[in-house]
Design a protein around this ligand. Structure first.
Ligand code: ARG
Length: 453
């Protein structure tokens, strides 16, 4: 592609070191779409005859078919996907192929391809996020009324429901969806026409090209357009955050499926056994998801580090953006699909949940609120309940089984109706504010998500 200036062939080790075809071949569809749009603009500008354009378009389509059929021979001598395809095109159609690269550089070409790739993968990921949300909403609805302890510091805190707990993840994934939709707007602009750095003396219709490729507009600065990779970093951040949310859900399910909690049972199809211990049923999918979140962050960080010190504009370091990008999309796609399946097949164990949520200490805060309703300032009420908890724990008595006398020995503010606090129905009914685990709120939110999804 550049023999004119050189008198020596590229060294083998340099070819090996610099090739990107072993992974960027994945961009072939986008590369071909970009080339067809570019060629059409060349024809409209009078740079190609209709026949030449047809030859290019048909040639590229036959290459596409061969790649998809697995017949295409990639060569590391041609470094990357752009040169592999262009050189094969010229081999197939002759002279018109050699005109294709007019007013174009691999710099704007690779930016175009990766933007198209990100856009397509973002769209798929958004669908997968909604599939996951649907599975969670279905479980939330199925087990909406099953009560469990909610935890802070992994210590029992206050009663919630399975429905409320699972819907928390639906909200997180909903924001992930919005974030990707927003990121997509910045991804979806066409850099084609920026050339190597400073556009071209041959002016093709950038808007026509952008429109053909489904871009919403064109980039406004040729140097920015070829140097910028923030659309990749932003995408990787969005994927990292999905990974974070899935990882936290995984940790909950690891705990819930343990003998100690027993809140849920994962299906045999989504767990694995031990080669040594016959009784084991391990939540490997959850653990892998937790583990893979680290890999998603690593991909984000590696691109940020690769880009941060680069002078404008293109530097070969930028080639390092693609493997992390591909890996993150591949990782998140599989993670979402397998977790969706696993959640759909998960069963909740109402008995174990009921036993855990029967702990009266979960209502200690409600008891403080009871005193507040009787006019006790909250800080003081907190102290009075703390004392009652100490008596209960010290005498090995459940808090709700302290006698009225025992309560009143702590404070006369405790009245005859003190035991009415220890009622879970009451605890949920009183929490009427939006966002609280009240059954009506849960039902409303389930209806909202079912409509939206
Ligand atoms: N394979 C290259 C990359 O991924 C394509 C752009 C090459 N541009 C250049 N000036 N060498 O970044």
């Amino acid at each position: 592609m550049w023999t004119g200036r050189f008198s020596q062939a590229t060294a083998d080790l340099v070819l090996q070191y610099g090739e990107s075809i072993s992974y960027d071949w994945k961009l072939y569809r986008h590369d071909i779409a970009g080339s067809i749009a570019h060629a059409r603009a060349q024809m409209k500008a009078g740079m190609l005859t209709q026949d030449e354009f047809n030859a290019i378009e048909n040639g590229l389509k036959s290459i596409l078919a061969d790649i998809e059929a697995g017949h295409f021979q990639w060569s590391i001598k041609l470094e990357d996907v752009h040169m592999n395809i262009e050189s094969e095109l010229t081999r197939r159609i002759g002279a018109p192929g050699a005109k294709l690269h007019t007013a174009r550089s691999r710099n704007d070409q690779v930016a175009t391809d990766t933007r198209l790739y990100c856009r397509a993968e973002i769209d798929t990921t958004m669908q997968l996020l909604q599939d996951m949300q649907r599975a969670l909403v279905r479980k939330a609805e199925e087990y909406a009324s099953i009560r469990i302890p909610g935890y802070t510091h992994l210590q029992r805190a206050q009663p919630v429901t399975i429905g409320h707990h699972l819907l928390a993840y639906v909200e997180m994934l909903g924001r992930d969806y919005e974030r990707l939709a927003d990121c997509r707007r910045r991804v979806n602009v066409s850099p084609l026409g920026s050339g190597a750095i400073a556009g071209s003396t041959i002016n093709l219709d950038r808007f026509g090209i952008a429109e053909e490729l489904g871009f919403d507009g064109v980039t406004e600065n040729s140097m920015d357009a070829i140097a910028d990779r923030d659309y990749i970093m932003e995408t990787l951040f969005c994927l990292s955050l999905i990974g974070t949310h899935l990882s936290r859900m995984s940790e909950d399910l690891v705990l819930w499926s343990s003998a100690e909690f027993g809140f849920c049972t994962l299906s045999d199809a989504h767990t694995t056994g031990s080669s040594l211990m016959p009784q084991k049923k391990n939540p490997d999918v959850c653990e892998l998801t937790r583990g893979k979140s680290g890999r998603l962050y690593g991909n984000l960080v590696s691109v940020m580090v690769a880009v941060k010190g680069l002078p404008l504009t293109y530097n070969r370091d930028l080639q390092e953006d693609k493997e992390p990008l591909f890996d993150s999309f591949e990782t998140i796609s599989l993670a979402l699909r397998v977790n969706t399946e696993m959640v759909a097949a998960m069963r909740i164990n109402p008995d174990r949940c009921a036993a855990a949520v029967a702990d009266p200490l979960l209502l200690a805060t409600d008891l403080a609120d009871y005193l507040v309703r009787r006019g006790v300032p909250f800080r003081h009420a907190h102290e009075l309940v703390g004392k009652a908890v100490a008596v209960a724990v010290g005498s090995n008595t459940p808090l709700n089984e302290l006698t009225l006398e025992q309560f009143r020995a702590i404070s006369p503010e405790y009245a005859e109706d003190v035991h009415s606090v220890f009622n879970l129905d009451r605890a949920f009914q009183l929490r009427t504010n939006p966002g609280a685990p009240n059954p009506d709120n849960t039902a409303r939110r389930i209806a909202f998500w079912k409509e939206k999804l």
